[in-house]
Structures are given as structure tokens and as C-alpha cells.
Design a protein around this ligand. Structure first.
Ligand SMILES: Nc1ncnc2c1ncn2[C@@H]1O[C@H](COP(=O)(O)OP(=O)(O)O)[C@@H](O)[C@H]1O
Ligand SMILES: [Mg+2]
Length: 236
């Protein structure tokens, strides 16, 4: 049996004395797309920040490729292949597209032409706009740049926090398509979304969070056809 890519075991996360995540357990196998769904405030961003070393859990364990990481700093985890594209994109607004991508390779051995070529083949628009200043890109292009920058670090596990937020439907469709391509290239994906419908269409499995705990977990197809999920999260 292959070692799971990520195991979150009975984790609690607090902000000061207030628990935001209660007893959370998740498992992601190598090569999967797993989605974490839930309403605003459910604890999705907190979960990703905890996994990527930006916020320490109060209790519980996180294992990345079988090794405990809950006390490791974020920059070390990036170097080990665990990369996080935060909510709201957070590109470097005053740097060019190319400079933004170059920052993603920082801490590795530096970027190579192959790295840039790979990103530009996934996102041709970034190749056309290499010299454009990040802050002047459209929202969809900024999201592509944020994902491209994370890929420059050559992750094995990519955490994506609401990549479709605020984007037009056509752009959302291409972002989801690119996520499938990234997985086909061998990257495991943990996708946080409020857009449950589209996320479940590309995911293998999903977890639904409510008030900091897992309400449902199942295969994506079972969640898509579950009446409770359809009513509460798919607006059907
Ligand atoms: N920095 C913070 N300080 C205190 N409480 C926070 C902080 N960030 C998030 N929270 C609280 O934690 C809960 C989960 O938030 P969050 O993880 O951002 O949810 P989601 O990403 O699902 O919208 C919410 O109740 C939110 O108000
Ligand atoms: Mg969030």
C-alpha cells in the first residue's frame, strides 16, 4: 500500500481560546483531487493554513508522505513539495508576470527555462504577458499567475483556496480544466471551494465542513447525488 499523501488526524485549531476547527480528520491519497466544501466561515481556509504550516494546530497530527509536519514552518514544507495558493491570490502586484513566477522557484535551486516553458504551456496567456505588471492583470489572469507561481516550486501536493472566487463562468471553467491537467501531470490536489458543483465534478472525493467539523465525506459522485448536499450546497 502506498503511503497517503496527507493525513490529518484529530486536529483542533484555535484562534486564541476560540476553537475554529474541532477534531478534524482528512486523508488524501497520492494522485487524488480531494475537495473541501462548506459555507463561509466553515473553517476551510483555517484548514489549509494549518496544513501548510501557517497556523499551528492546538492538538492532533498532520502527516505529509508519512512524516509528521504539524510543527514544521511553512517555508520548509514548500521545499518538501507542499505548496499553498492562498485565498485572494496575493500575487506581487508591482512585479512582472515573469518575476512573480521566478519568486515561486525561490528556495529551490532557482528557476530554469523548462520551468517557465511548462507554466507558459499550461497558461499561454501568461507567456504572452511575461513583462506585464501583475497588478494590471485581470482577476482570472492573476489566479493563473498565483497557481503558476506555486507550480514553479514543483509541488507534489498543491493546496488551492477558492480559486474560482469572483471569476466569470468561462474563466472558472478554464481554471477547473487546468486543475485537472495539473493532477494528470502527477500533482495531488486539495481544492477548497464554495463552488461545490464544479469542484465535485473534477474531484475524486469530498469533505463538507460545517462550523469547524466534517459533516459529510464521500466520493464526489455520491456527494453530487445526495439530496442533502444538493439542497444545502448545490442550490438544487
Ligand atoms: N485570524 C482569525 N482570528 C480569529 N478568528 C478567525 C481568524 N480567521 C478565521 N477566524 C474564524 O474561524 C472560523 C473559520 O474561518 P475560515 O477558516 O476563514 O472559514 P472559511 O474559509 O470556510 O470561510 C470563522 O468563524 C472565522 O471567523
Ligand atoms: Mg476561506
Amino acid at each position: 500500500m502506498a503511503i497517503p499523501m496527507l493525513q490529518v488526524e484529530n486536529v483542533q485549531v484555535r484562534y486564541g481560546p476560540v476553537p475554529a476547527i474541532h477534531d478534524l480528520s482528512l486523508l488524501i491519497d497520492q494522485g487524488e483531487i480531494v475537495t473541501v466544501l462548506g459555507a463561509n466561515g466553515a473553517g476551510k481556509t483555517t484548514t489549509l493554513r494549518m496544513i501548510s504550516g501557517l497556523h499551528r494546530p492546538y492538538s492532533g497530527r498532520v502527516l505529509f508522505e508519512g512524516e509528521e509536519i504539524q510543527n514544521r514552518p511553512a517555508h520548509e514544507l514548500v521545499g518538501r513539495g507542499l505548496c499553498h495558493v492562498p485565498e485572494g491570490r496575493r500575487i506581487f502586484a508591482t512585479m512582472s508576470v515573469r518575476e512573480n513566477l521566478d519568486m515561486g522557484a525561490f528556495g529551490r535551486r532557482g528557476s530554469s527555462k523548462d520551468d517557465f516553458d511548462h507554466i507558459y504551456s499550461l497558461f499561454p496567456v501568461l507567456g504572452e504577458r511575461q513583462k506585464q505588471i501583475g497588478g494590471t492583470l485581470s482577476g482570472g489572469e492573476q489566479q493563473m499567475l498565483a497557481i503558476g507561481r506555486a507550480l514553479m516550486a514543483r509541488p507534489r501536493l498543491l493546496l488551492l483556496d477558492e480559486p474560482s472566487l469572483g471569476l466569470a463562468p468561462m474563466i472558472i471553467a478554464s481554471i477547473f480544466q487546468i486543475i485537472e491537467t495539473i493532477r494528470a501531470e502527477g500533482v495531488t490536489v486539495l481544492l477548497v471551494e464554495q463552488n461545490a458543483n464544479q469542484a465535485l465534478r473534477i474531484a475524486d472525493r469530498g469533505y463538507v465542513l460545517e462550523n469547524g467539523h466534517v459533516l459529510y465525506q464521500d466520493t464526489a459522485s455520491a456527494l453530487l447525488s445526495d439530496d442533502r448536499i444538493r439542497r444545502a450546497y448545490l442550490g438544487q
